[in-house]
Design a protein around this ligand. Structure first.
Ligand code: NAD
Length: 268
C-alpha cells in the first residue's frame, strides 16, 4: 500500500460525486490510498456515513476525508461543496460521477417526461455544474494543472434494443460536453476526460436487473469476457486519469468495458 505522502495523487485535493455508490466509493478508497484528500459528495447522507466508515477501515492514516450532502442537479449544492475546499487550497481533481438510471426510463413512447427531465438534470446538468465549479476553483487557486473526469457510459457509444432512452441520451451529452470542455480549457492545463464503463456489479445496474433471469440473460450473452465489470476496475482507470501520469491524455472517451463496445459476435 502506498505511503499517502508518496502516492500517485500525493498532495492533491479531489472531489468525488456519487461517492457513496459503487464506482465513487472504490475511487475514493484508491484516491485516499494514493495520497489525495477527498471530499466525498452524495445525495444520501446515511450512505455517505457508511461509505466514510468503510474508507477509514480500509485506508489507515488517510489524508483529509470529508463528506458533504450534495444534490448535483442543484448548482447551489455543487458550488457550496467545491467552495468548501477553498480553505484547503481548492480542488485539483474533480470526478463527476453521480448518475441515475431510472426504472421507468424506457423507449421514446413510454418514457415519462418527468423521468426524462430528472435524468438529464442529474446526469447532464450535474456534470456541467461540477465541471464549471471545478474550473472556477482551479482558477481561483491558480492551479498549474487540473483533471476533471466525467462518467459517461458504454451506452453512449452503441445502440441497444433494450432501451433506456433518457439515460443513453444523457450519457451521449456527457461525451460531447466533456470533449468540448477539454478543448476549451486545454491551454489552462485543465484536462477533461470521459470514463465509459461497461455493465457493472454495482447497485445502479444490479438493483435494476434484480432477479429477472431473462433480463439478465438478454445482456450477459453479449459480454465478450462473460462477466460484469467491478467498480474497482473503473476506479483504477479514474486514478490514472486523475494523476499526472496521464498529463497528455485529454478529451478521451476512456472505455473500460471488457471489450463489449467492440464486439460483434462473442464466444459461446
Ligand atoms: P451507484 O448507484 O452504485 O452509485 C451512484 C451514487 O450516486 C449513489 O451513491 C447515489 O446516492 C448517488 N446519487 C444519485 N443521485 C445523485 C444526485 N442527484 N446528487 C448526488 N449524488 C447522487 O452507481 P454506479 O454504478 O457507481 O454509477 C456511477 C456512475 O457510473 C453513474 O454515472 C452511472 O451512470 C455510471 N455507469 C454505471 C454503469 C453500471 O453498470 N453500473 C455502467 C456505465 C456507467
Amino acid at each position: 500500500m502506498a505511503d499517502s505522502r508518496q502516492g500517485r495523487l500525493a498532495g492533491k485535493n479531489a472531489m468525488v460525486t456519487g461517492a457513496a455508490g459503487g464506482i465513487g466509493l472504490e475511487t475514493t478508497i484508491l484516491f485516499a490510498r494514493e495520497g489525495a484528500s477527498v471530499l466525498m459528495a452524495d445525495i444520501s447522507e446515511p450512505a455517505l456515513e457508511r461509505a466514510l466508515t468503510k474508507v477509514k477501515e480500509l485506508v489507515p492514516n488517510p489524508p483529509r476525508l470529508q463528506t458533504i450532502k450534495c444534490d448535483v442537479s442543484k448548482e447551489s449544492d455543487v458550488a457550496a461543496a467545491v467552495e468548501s475546499q477553498d480553505a484547503h487550497g481548492g480542488i485539483d481533481v474533480m470526478f463527476n460521477n453521480a448518475g441515475i438510471m431510472h426504472a421507468q426510463d424506457d423507449d421514446a413512447i413510454n418514457t415519462p417526461e418527468a423521468i426524462w427531465d430528472l435524468t438529464q438534470a442529474i446526469n447532464v446538468k450535474g456534470v456541467w455544474y461540477g465541471s464549471k465549479h471545478a474550473v472556477l476553483s482551479m482558477r481561483r487557486h491558480k492551479k498549474k494543472a487540473g483533471s476533471v473526469i466525467n462518467t459517461a457510459s458504454f451506452v453512449a457509444l452503441m445502440g441497444a434494443a433494450t432501451p433506456q432512452l433518457a439515460y443513453s441520451a444523457s450519457k451521449g451529452a456527457v461525451l460531447a460536453m466533456t470533449r468540448e470542455l477539454a478543448i476549451v480549457h486545454a491551454r489552462e492545463n485543465i484536462r477533461f476526460n470521459s470514463l465509459c464503463p461497461g455493465p457493472l456489479n454495482t447497485p445502479l445496474l444490479q438493483d435494476w436487473l434484480g432477479d429477472d433471469v431473462q433480463k439478465r440473460h438478454r445482456r450477459e450473452v453479449h459480454f465478450p469476457s462473460g462477466r460484469f465489470g467491478e467498480a474497482i476496475e473503473q476506479a483504477q482507470a479514474v486514478l490514472f486519469l486523475a494523476s499526472d501520469e496521464s498529463s497528455f491524455v485529454n478529451a478521451t472517451e476512456f472505455v473500460v468495458d471488457g471489450g463489449l463496445s467492440r464486439a460483434y459476435v462473442t464466444a459461446e
